[in-house]
Write a new protein. Structure first.
Length: 268
């Protein structure tokens, strides 16, 4: 971006964040506000955010377009010397379907820059006031989805991943909760393992549901949740953890030495 905020004639793939218009990055917002063409996922990206585009921008919705139509618009625009903000929900790197777009843009010699965004998994964790990696409980977070109409590689079936017994974040799985329950239990998870579901994380109508592995399907049906939901599972989701005095990190342990602080022992 130049000093007068003029963007280069290329495609900027911008992560818009999970929903709240204020959760876009500063850089992402600058690009949105200065792009000549704004192409956004209207089924998921806040209209309040898109309203921040400059008045002269050509704003287009992509939900009703196929891949070729989307890419053709971006190619035509950049070849005409225009900058394009391709606005995706969350972070484009996670289930963002950007690889197929970049592949066609590369073949057309169109330059692409990616601006990261806040993924719904982190907006959901914030809404739940949950730390997903808890010392001495779990230090691993797996981002995945249950296999449905779109399959996953056999080696990444949920039951196989769940065998690690770490925190799981399930995207795009709201209609597959019976399968999720079955695979977690088959992987040895206790039926009372905590589960939290956040629908439309960070939106004004955000909905939080706390349940267990055994109660997941009933809870989803009771609340009518069929889409736009992040499912988090594992003992890091236990809401009573904040009331406990354990699971402390080494970082702030006064007896732990690191390059910024010398630890002290009890006799010092």
């Amino acid at each position: 971006m130049t000093a007068n905020n003029t963007l280069e004639p290329k495609v900027y793939i911008v992560g818009a964040g999970p929903g709240d218009p204020d959760l876009i990055t500063v850089k992402g917002l600058r690009i949105l506000q200065n792009a000549d063409v704004v192409l956004y996922t209207d089924s998921l990206v806040s209209e309040d955010l898109i309203a921040r585009a400059k008045p002269t921008a050509n704003v287009q919705k992509s939900a009703g377009m196929d891949l070729e139509e989307i890419v053709d618009l971006m190619i035509t625009s950049t070849r005409a010397g225009k900058s394009v903000a391709r606005v995706h929900t969350g972070d484009p790197a996670v289930y963002g379907a950007i690889l197929e777009q970049m592949s066609l843009l590369k073949k057309a010699d169109v330059t692409v820059e990616i601006i990261p965004g806040v993924s719904s998994v982190f907006a959901a964790a914030a809404a739940l006031q949950t730390e997903l990696t808890v010392p001495e409980l779990t230090q691993t977070l797996i981002l995945t989805r249950a296999s449905g109409r779109t399959p996953v590689p056999e080696r990444e079936e949920l039951q196989s991943l769940a065998a690690h017994h770490c925190t799981l974040a399930l995207y795009l799985s709201a209609t597959l909760t019976k399968k999720v329950m079955r695979e977690l239990i088959d992987a040895g998870w206790s039926p009372d393992t905590p589960v939290a579901v956040v629908q439309r994380a960070s939106w004004p109508d955000q909905l939080i549901v706390r349940t267990t592995v055994a109660g997941l399907d009933d809870a989803m049906r009771e609340h009518g949740i069929r889409s736009h939901a992040m499912i988090l599972a594992g003992w890091a989701l236990d809401p009573t953890l904040v009331e406990q005095d354990g699971h402390r990190s080494k970082l702030y342990d006064k007896s732990f030495t690191h390059r910024f602080r010398k630890g002290v022992t009890a006799h010092e």
